[in-house]
Design a protein around this ligand. Structure first.
Ligand SMILES: [Zn+2]
Length: 51
């Protein structure tokens, strides 16, 4: 595996983004900037996905 990789994919047929962190955490959102902030803010917020 390539190790620490983060990625953001567009959800087909929608306006939403699906972000995946190198640690496996995932998040769906509509704002790319917010998504990147979330990814780069790690590890903060990792364990708060299910609020
Ligand atoms: Zn992470």
């Amino acid at each position: 595996m390539s190790g620490r990789v983060v990625r953001i994919d567009w959800t087909p047929g929608g306006d939403r983004l699906s972000g995946t962190c190198h640690c496996g955490a995932k998040r769906v959102g509509e704002d790319p900037a917010e998504m990147w902030n979330w990814l780069f803010a790690h590890p903060a917020g990792h364990d708060e996905e299910e609020r």
